[in-house]
Design a protein. Structure first.
Length: 379
C-alpha cells in the first residue's frame, strides 16, 4: 500500500512515491513558520503541561461527531482539562465554549468546501481533526474512531497533549471517493494556491492517490482499495504523521516520522498496511511489524541506529520500516516523558542524535541494547 513521508524542510522534488497498486505524494509546507506560530505552546515551562495550559482528562472518551448527528452535547465531549498546576481557578465552561467554537468552525469549513467543489461532503469532527469526505457515514465514523483511538492512546501513555497538537478548526483531512473526484479537487486546489505554494511535485502527483498538503491533506479511496484495507488505515497514518510534524515543528527525521505513523497504524489495527516506498521491489511485508521487528532483532538483522538516522525514506529497505516502528514504540512506551522531551529538543533544532541521547540520558549504544531487551519482553 502507499503512504506518506514526513513533511520536513526538504525540496519538494523529493516527494514522489510509488507503492504497490496505489501511490502517494507529499507537498512540503506552504509556510512552516506560520504554522509553528499558530501551534506553538505558551512560553511558560510548567512541568505538568509543558506550556500547553491543558492536560488530558483521565476518563476522556472517543469523540466523533457527524454533521447529521443530533446537536452536539459539549459537556460530554470535552477531552481536556485546565492544567491543575499552572491554570488553577480557570472556569471549565471556557473549555466547553472552545469545543463548540471548534465544531462550529469545522461546520463552516465543510460548507465552504462543498461550495468550492460542488461535492456533497459528509463532515466528521474529532478532538483533533476534521474529516471532509465522500465516504459513507459508517465509514466516516470508523475513520474518526480510529483517529481518536490513537489520540487517546497517546494521552494515556504520555499524560500530555504535546503529541496531539492539531485542532479540528485548523486541521482538516479530505477523503474523496474515486479518482474523478480527486482530479476535480486538484483543480479546486489550483484555484486556491499558486504553483509555488502547491510544490514542485504537484504535477506528477496527478497520478497518485494522496497528497499531504500543508493546509488540507487529501486522498481518495476506491472500491478496490477498501476491499484490500479499511479506509481507516491511510487516514490514521496521515493524521499521526501530522501530529508529530507539528509537535516537532516539522523537524522529526524520516525514521521517526515514518515509525510514528506506522506505530499509529499498529496501535489501531495491529496490522501494518500503509507505508512509503519509492521502489516497488523493496515493499515491506504487510502484517504485524512488531513481531517482524522482534525477529529481526533476535536474528541480529537490525540496522545500527546511527545508520538508520540519515536514511531517507527513498532508501528504506523492507526491514527498515518495521525497525523504525519498533524504535518509536520502544522510545515512547518505555519512557514517555523522555519521548516528549525528545520532541521538544527536536523542535528546538537540536541534532537528532544529541537530542535523543540528551532526552534519554543514555548513549545511542545503550538505547539500542535497551530496545533489544524491550522487544524480547514485549510479547
Amino acid at each position: 500500500m502507499a503512504a506518506l513521508p514526513s513533511m520536513p524542510f526538504l525540496s519538494p522534488c523529493r516527494r514522489a512515491f510509488l507503492a504497490g497498486s496505489l501511490s502517494a505524494c507529499i507537498l512540503p509546507s506552504l509556510s512552516p513558520a506560520q504554522e509553528e506560530e499558530r501551534q506553538k505552546p505558551a512560553t511558560n515551562d510548567c512541568p505538568r503541561c509543558g506550556g500547553l495550559k491543558r492536560v488530558p482528562l483521565k476518563n476522556a472518551k472517543p469523540f466523533v461527531w457527524l454533521k447529521d448527528d443530533p446537536p452536539l452535547n459539549v459537556e460530554t465531549a470535552v477531552g481536556v482539562q485546565f492544567c491543575p498546576q499552572c491554570q488553577m481557578g480557570n472556569d471549565p465552561a471556557q473549555l466547553l465554549a472552545e469545543l463548540q467554537e471548534q465544531v462550529d468552525a469545522a461546520v463552516a469549513k465543510n460548507l465552504e468546501w462543498e461550495e468550492r467543489t460542488g461535492f456533497k461532503l459528509l463532515l466528521a469532527v474529532t478532538h483533533n481533526v476534521t474529516l471532509h469526505t465522500q465516504l459513507t457515514a459508517e465509514q466516516a465514523r470508523a475513520v474518526g474512531k480510529a483517529i481518536e483511538t490513537f489520540a487517546l492512546h497517546l494521552a494515556r501513555v504520555t499524560d500530555s497533549l504535546l503529541l496531539t497538537p492539531t485542532r479540528p478548526s485548523r486541521f482538516g483531512l479530505m477523503v474523496l471517493w474515486e479518482k474523478s473526484s480527486w482530479t476535480q479537487f486538484r483543480k479546486v486546489m489550483e484555484g486556491l494556491y499558486t504553483r509555488e505554494q502547491l510544490g514542485e511535485s504537484w504535477t506528477s502527483a496527478a497520478n497518485y492517490n494522496s497528497y499531504d498538503h500543508f493546509v488540507t491533506p487529501h486522498m481518495y479511496e476506491t472500491p478496490e482499495s477498501v476491499r484490500t484495507r479499511p479506509p481507516t488505515v491511510g487516514s490514521t497514518f496521515i493524521v499521526a504523521r501530522r501530529q508529530l510534524s507539528v509537535a516537532t515543528s516539522w523537524r522529526a527525521p524520516f525514521w521517526l516520522s515514518e515509525g510514528f505513523a506506522a506505530y499509529a497504524d499498529y496501535i489501531v489495527h495491529k496490522t501494518n498496511r500503509w507505508f512509503t516506498v519509492y521502489d516497488p521491489s523493496r515493499v515491506p511485508t504487510i502484517g504485524d511489524w512488531m513481531q517482524e521487528a522482534r525477529r529481526q532483532s533476535s536474528g541480529g538483522k537490525s540496522r545500527p541506529w546511527n545508520k538508520l538516522f540519515d536514511r531517507e525514506v527513498r532508501d528504506f529497505a523492507p526491514a527498515d520500516y518495521s525497525q523504525a516502528m519498533a524504535m518509536v514504540a520502544f522510545l515512547l512506551e518505555s519512557k514517555p516523558p523522555d519521548f516528549l522531551n525528545l520532541a521538544r529538543k527536536l523542535r528546538a533544532r537540536q541534532p537528532q542524535q544529541a537530542a535523543l541521547e540528551s532526552a534519554y540520558e543514555a548513549s545511542l549504544t545503550e538505547l539500542e541494547q535497551r530496545c533489544k531487551r524491550w522487544l524480547v519482553a514485549r510479547k
